[in-house]
Unconditional design. Structure first.
Length: 76
């Protein structure tokens, strides 16, 4: 059977619980930001690859247009 706690024991347990809650809270916040950072990095990586592909396509399109313009100018 459990014996009732006196006030001093109850205060000690409360302080211990508060300290443990602070540690757990810090760990949860760290885990949250680690996950958020991973999501952001993945998103930025995909956006960077998309931007590179677009730049390549635009450059290729510009080269194609300049080649067709020079062909028309030379009278071929």
């Amino acid at each position: 059977m459990n014996t009732p706690l006196d006030n001093l024991d109850r205060l000690r347990l409360h302080d211990l619980a508060c300290r443990q809650a602070q540690v757990l809270r810090r760990e949860a916040i760290t885990d949250f930001w680690r996950g958020a950072d991973a999501v952001l990095a993945a998103t930025l990586g995909g956006a960077h690859r998309s931007a590179q592909r677009l730049a390549y396509r635009l450059a290729r399109h510009a080269r194609g247009r300049s080649a067709s313009t020079s062909t028309l100018a030379s009278g071929d």
